[in-house]
Design a protein around this ligand. Structure first.
Ligand SMILES: [Zn+2]
Length: 255
C-alpha cells in the first residue's frame, strides 16, 4: 500500500525541550516576522496539481523550505484534504482548481487532517470563497483547528509556562482567523465520492490526538498527513528539516 504524506507544521517532541525549540524555529513560526511567509511562493509551482491516479491530485507549494501538500479528490463529489496556510487557497489551491476546470464552490468538503498551522490556516479563505463547502477535522483536534489562539497556547507553547520554551505567543497571520468546523470525524466514517468510490476515514492519533487519514481501498492508497514520518521531515531539497514529530509516542505501540 502506498502512503502519501503531507508536510509538517510546527512540531515538537514533548520530552525534549531543546528539540522542540529547534523544531519550532526551523518550522518558520518562531519569529515576529514569520519567515515562512516570506518563503511563500507568489504562485503555485504546479498550478494544475500533480495527478497521482485518476481523480486524485497533489497540490504543492513551499513553506519554510519544505513541501506543503494538499490533495484533491474529484468524483461526483469533490473533497480537499488539508488546506495549507491562510494564503494557500488563493495562491495555490484555487489556481490548481482553475486549471482543472473546478470552481471553489464545487468543493463539497474540506478536511483538515490535524491541528497545525499549515494544515488548517486556509480554512477561513475556503469558507469565504465558498460558504457552502463543509469544513471538517478530527473531533479531538476540533478546539485547536477552530481557534488559532488555542492552537498556539496548547500545541506550540505548552512548555512556555514551566520551561519558557516555545514560539511567539501571538498566532501567526499565516493561520489567521478562528473558523468553526461544520463536521468532525472520529474515524470509521465513509465518504462517498461517486457511486463506486468511497474513502474511509481513519483515526490515527500520535502527531495529534485527533489526526485523521483517508484510506482509498480501491486504489490501495492511504493519505496519512503527518501520522507517519519515517526518518523525519525532509526539506524540499531533500535534506532533513525536522526530526520525527510523534507527540504522543505511546499510541504507536501495539497494546
Ligand atoms: Zn503536523
Amino acid at each position: 500500500m502506498r502512503q502519501v504524506r503531507g508536510s509538517h507544521a510546527v512540531t515538537r517532541r514533548p520530552f525534549v525541550a531543546s528539540s522542540f525549540a529547534a523544531a519550532a524555529s526551523s518550522a518558520g513560526f518562531s519569529s515576529l516576522d514569520y519567515p515562512g511567509a516570506l518563503d511563500a511562493p507568489l504562485q503555485s509551482e504546479t498550478p494544475g496539481g500533480n495527478k497521482i491516479y485518476p481523480g486524485v491530485y497533489q497540490i504543492d507549494s513551499l513553506f519554510g523550505g519544505r513541501n506543503l501538500f494538499q490533495y484533491l479528490f474529484v468524483g461526483d463529489n469533490i473533497l480537499l484534504l488539508d488546506i495549507g496556510l491562510a494564503y494557500t487557497p488563493e495562491r495555490t489551491i484555487f489556481p490548481a482548481l482553475r486549471q482543472l476546470g473546478i470552481r471553489p464552490q464545487q468543493v463539497n468538503l474540506a478536511i483538515t487532517t490535524h491541528a497545525d498551522g499549515d494544515q488548517q490556516g486556509g480554512n477561513d479563505a475556503i469558507k469565504r470563497a465558498s460558504p457552502g463547502t463543509w469544513l471538517a477535522c478530527g473531533e479531538a483536534d476540533r478546539a485547536m483547528v477552530e481557534d488559532p489562539r488555542t492552537l498556539w497556547d496548547q500545541r506550540y507553547n505548552f512548555l512556555k509556562r514551566d520551561y519558557d520554551v516555545g514560539i511567539d505567543p501571538e498566532p501567526s497571520p499565516d493561520v489567521r482567523k478562528p473558523r468553526r468546523m461544520d463536521a468532525c470525524f472520529a474515524g470509521g466514517e465513509r465518504i462517498r465520492l461517486s457511486n463506486d468510490w468511497d474513502l474511509e476515514v481513519l483515526h490515527v492519533p500520535g502527531h495529534s490526538h485527533g489526526h485523521l487519514a483517508l484510506l482509498d481501498r480501491d486504489h490501495g492508497t492511504a493519505f496519512v498527513g503527518d501520522a507517519i514520518h519515517g526518518r523525519g521531515c525532509p526539506s524540499a531539497s531533500g535534506a532533513m528539516a525536522l526530526p520525527v514529530t510523534y507527540y504522543y509516542v505511546d499510541v504507536y505501540f501495539p497494546r
